[in-house]
Design a binder for this molecule. Sequence first.
Ligand SMILES: CC(C)(COP(=O)(O)OP(=O)(O)OC[C@H]1O[C@@H](n2cnc3c(N)ncnc32)[C@H](O)[C@@H]1OP(=O)(O)O)[C@@H](O)C(=O)NCCC(=O)NCCS
Length: 228
Amino acid sequence: MQTTAVRYQVRPMDLGDISQVMEIERESFLDMWPTSAFKQDIQHNRLARYLVVVEQREEGEEATAPPAEHEPKGSPMSPPGLGRWLGELKRLFGGEEEAETSREPIVGFVGVWLTPDEAHIVTIAVRESQRGRGIGELLLIAVIALAILNDREVVTLEVRASNQAAQTLYEKYGFRNVGVRPHYYSDNHEDAVIMTTEPIHSAPYQALFQQLRREHHERCGQYELDFN
Ligand SMILES: CC(C)(COP(=O)(O)OP(=O)(O)OC[C@H]1O[C@@H](n2cnc3c(N)ncnc32)[C@H](O)[C@@H]1OP(=O)(O)O)[C@@H](O)C(=O)NCCC(=O)NCCS
């Protein structure tokens, strides 16, 4: 029987992704970041890492999908890395629009700053039509895996006091409230809650993280993490 398998890939954001990212940004945040903020961080901020989740649809016979790949890919010339490299070449020499049309749909993104001690999540969002399917969780799994790989101590973030959906997601992954920044958001002067994990290399956190990854995989299926 013909089937369509949906597979997710997490990979670094590049300049050609920004128009899709801005669509998600528009439907997710009141205080939108301008395009220039993403460009600046991607091109010039050595602390910053931005990742996107792309949806890949594979036509095929039933149950022919390969086993899940859960570990980060090492080679920049693996097929997804090669595709992105060719896309960048097209963008540079053939115009940005041409590269855009061949792109797979981006369903979410996350930005993180790797400071010396911590991984600080600066933005995270999922396309509105795709929420509730485990993509936010996949982005968080990717950031925590990236932080572990880069030997950071903890993962931290700020979240609006009223953003219950995001706080519930973070709590699931062991983030705890450690403080408040009063009137942090300039649009409505809302407080920010500061949330942080316990040390991510500790045995209890590793056990929690591995358990959550297993459950996510069972519920949401295959994905690939490519950090290069
Ligand atoms: C927050 C956000 C990223 C979650 O993404 P998502 O793909 O919908 O989340 P998932 O489907 O992966 O959900 C994972 C967990 O998050 C929590 N969660 C997600 N949506 C929730 C909701 N509406 N209410 C309560 N908890 C929710 C649950 O714990 C859920 O786990 P469960 O399915 O076992 O209950 C998404 O709602 C979003 O993009 N919001 C707008 C942008 C934003 O607020 N970003 C956060 C800035 S700090």
